[in-house]
Design a protein around this ligand. Structure first.
Ligand code: MLT
Length: 305
C-alpha cells in the first residue's frame, strides 16, 4: 500500500485500520505492507501504477485522482463540501457510489474506502492572510489540479502546481511561500517547521480514498472480494470518527506546541467563497454536467442558486 502522507495523519490511520481488518478477516493469511511518505512515487504516479496492475493499493488525496477521472471533481469544487457531515453524505451515498464506478471505468482503480481529513486550510511562512487580496506577492503551491488552480486565480494569484512529494522541500527552500492542506496533514507532515501562519478557510474538504488496482481486485476469489469490500466500509467508518476525535486537539497543538498563528478569514470568508465559487460553471463539462452539481447540492439540502 502506497501512502502519499507521512505516518501520523488520516491517510495512515485509515490505511492501517484497513490492513488490520484484512489481517483479522483472513485469519492472518494476508498481510499488507505500508509505504508512507510517497516512497512509491507521487500520488498521481500511484494511480497509474495501480491502473497498470503494478501496485495493489494506494491512499491519496482525491484531488490527485481527478485528473484521471474528472467526474470526481464534483467533490472538490470549492465550497460544495464544507463539513465532515457533508463529506459523509456525498461519499457514502448514491453520488459516492456512482463516482466510484466512474474511477473503475476511467482509471482502472476501485475506491474501497474514504479517509476524511478535514478542510484544507491555507498555510504560509510570510504574513497573516485574512482576505484573498492578502495573497498578493505570495507563491502558493497547489496540486496539479485544474479546479484548485482556477480557485487561486480567482483569488488573484497564479499558484504553482507541484507534486505533493516535492512540497515540503519547496516550502523549506522558499521556492514557495505557502500551500493548503488540512490541520491533521500539516501536523503529520511537520509543516509547522517551515510555516508560521494558517488561514482557517474551508474551500475544499480533503477526502482521501484508498484505491485498489481493479485488475488485482478482479483476480481475487468472490469471498476475498467481499472481505476487501467489507474491510473498506469499516475503515471508512473508523476514519470519520478519527477525524472528529483528533482534529481539534491537533489544531490546538499546532498553536500551543508549534507556535503557528491561526487567522480567521475576514468577513466570514465571504470574499473567498464568492470568488472561488464563481468557477463552478467552467467545470460543468468535466464533472458530467451542471446536473451533477445540482444533485450533490440537493443531497446536502442546498440548491444551485
Ligand atoms: C496534495 O496537496 O497534493 C494532497 O492533498 C496531499 C495529501 O495527500 O495529503
Amino acid at each position: 500500500m502506497a501512502l502519499g502522507d507521512a505516518q501520523g495523519g488520516t491517510q495512515y490511520a485509515m490505511g492501517e485500520k484497513f490492513a488490520e481488518l484484512i489481517h483479522e478477516k483472513t485469519d492472518g493469511q494476508v498481510a499488507i505492507d505500508m509505504f508512507p511518505n510517497g516512497q512509491l512515487g507521487s500520488e498521481q504516479d500511484t494511480v497509474s501504477s495501480a491502473s497498470m496492475g503494478m501496485l495493489d493499493l494506494s491512499v491519496l488525496a482525491i484531488n490527485n485522482i481527478t485528473p484521471f477521472s474528472p467526474t470526481v471533481g464534483v467533490l472538490t469544487l470549492p465550497y460544495v463540501i464544507t463539513s465532515p457531515e457533508d463529506a459523509k453524505t456525498l461519499t457514502q451515498g448514491e453520488i459516492g457510489q456512482q463516482l466510484a464506478e466512474n474511477t473503475i471505468r476511467d482509471a482502472g482503480v476501485r475506491v474501497l474506502s474514504w479517509a476524511y481529513s478535514g478542510c484544507r486550510v491555507l498555510s504560509n511562512s510570510s504574513k497573516p492572510v485574512a482576505t484573498p487580496d492578502d495573497l498578493q506577492g505570495l507563491t502558493i503551491r497547489v496540486p496539479r489540479n485544474e479546479i484548485m488552480i482556477a480557485s487561486y486565480q480567482e483569488w488573484g494569484v497564479n499558484p504553482l502546481p507541484m507534486a505533493w512529494s516535492e512540497t515540503f522541500t519547496a516550502l523549506q527552500q522558499g521556492v514557495v511561500d505557502g500551500q493548503d492542506n488540512p490541520y491533521i496533514t500539516i501536523n503529520a507532515m511537520k509543516f509547522y517547521e517551515v510555516q508560521d501562519y494558517i488561514t482557517d478557510i474551508c474551500y475544499v474538504f480533503s477526502l482521501e480514498p484508498l484505491i485498489m488496482s481493479e485488475s488485482k481486485f478482479q483476480s481475487l476469489s468472490p469471498d476475498m472480494q467481499e472481505v476487501v469490500l467489507e474491510a473498506g466500509r469499516e475503515a471508512t467508518a473508523y476514519s470519520y470518527d478519527y477525524l472528529l476525535e483528533t482534529e481539534e486537539s491537533i489544531k490546538q497543538a499546532l498553536v500551543e506546541e508549534h507556535g503557528m498563528q491561526i487567522i480567521e478569514p475576514a468577513n466570514s470568508e465571504s470574499e473567498w467563497i464568492e470568488r472561488a465559487s464563481s468557477i463552478w460553471p467552467r467545470f460543468y463539462d468535466s464533472i458530467g454536467g451542471e446536473e451533477r452539481l445540482e444533485e450533490a447540492l440537493q443531497a446536502l439540502g442546498r440548491d444551485l442558486n
